[in-house]
Design a binder for this molecule. Structure first.
Ligand SMILES: C[S@@+](CC[C@H](N)C(=O)[O-])C[C@H]1O[C@@H](n2cnc3c(N)ncnc32)[C@H](O)[C@@H]1O
Length: 224
């Protein structure tokens, strides 16, 4: 199947965002891995592994990672052909460097694209799987981005999301609202109801695993 995967440019009729969210991610790309290292070692890396175990990719799968960032999921890529996209050129550069370093250890094909999830440069029903990790807290219009993810996924195929959200615990919620003020300086909106957004975008949630209470969720959703 032909996928528009060989271009590093935003598709011609889509103007990349130039807002403060984009410049923020370009700016933090250099420090991102260092900043996240403690949480990565204690929690995130194990959760990434769990997400890939759930995906059960096969060699024929065409898989889209939205918001690849510095490429932290790339060491887990196996089986199939991957398209990794991000809106930030500097994040993509980091992801590419990571891929080069992996060399023959990487057991999958990967193409990188600079693109905005709100305007995906792919035809309807292109991918066998779509996934994100810690992305829909950052996307300016999450429901629009999720609708695009839904559009490019083939029918009855699954999308996988590892995302943080507003915890269900009412005592914790005010604390998270205060934390969100600080998080916004770095980029993400940590208190979104991404589970609800996923459903609003037209997916059916078929599995939801709560992580660290209900702060993080591993969600499997189907396009029907
Ligand atoms: C918090 S980082 C997570 C990166 C990576 N997925 C990870 O697990 O480490 C969020 C990423 O989403 C990207 N992003 C934000 N808005 C986006 C958009 N509209 N389209 C595509 N990528 C976007 C940012 O550039 C950034 O790399």
């Amino acid at each position: 199947m032909k996928v528009n995967a060989n271009t590093e440019k935003q598709s011609k009729n889509r103007k990349p965002k130039e807002g403060k969210d984009l410049s923020r991610y370009n700016r933090i790309a250099r420090f991102y891995d260092i900043f996240e290292k403690p949480m990565e070692s204690f929690m995130f890396n194990g959760w990434r592994k769990r997400l890939f175990e759930r995906m059960e990719n096969s060699n024929n799968d065409i898989i889209l990672e939205i918001g690849v960032g510095t490429g932290k999921n790339i060491p887990f890529y196996t089986n199939g052909r991957y398209i990794a996209l991000d809106i930030s050129k500097k994040m993509i550069k980091k992801a590419k460097d990571k891929t080069m370093k992996l060399g023959t250890e990487l057991k999958a094909d990967v193409d990188f694209i600079i693109a905005d999830v709100e305007f995906l440069p792919f035809r309807d029903d292109t991918f066998d799987k779509v996934f994100t990790t810690f992305v829909f807290c950052s996307v300016e219009n999450p429901v629009k981005g999720l609708k695009e993810a839904n559009r490019v996924l083939r029918k009855r195929k699954k999308a996988f999301f590892l995302e943080h959200m507003l915890p269900k615990n009412k005592v914790l919620q005010p604390i998270f609202h205060i934390m969100n003020l600080v998080a916004r300086l770095m980029g993400p909106e940590i208190n979104r109801k991404t589970d609800r957004n996923i459903e609003e975008a037209g997916f059916k949630i078929v599995e939801q695993e709560y992580l660290l209470g209900t702060v993080f969720r591993l969600i499997v959703a189907e396009k029907f």
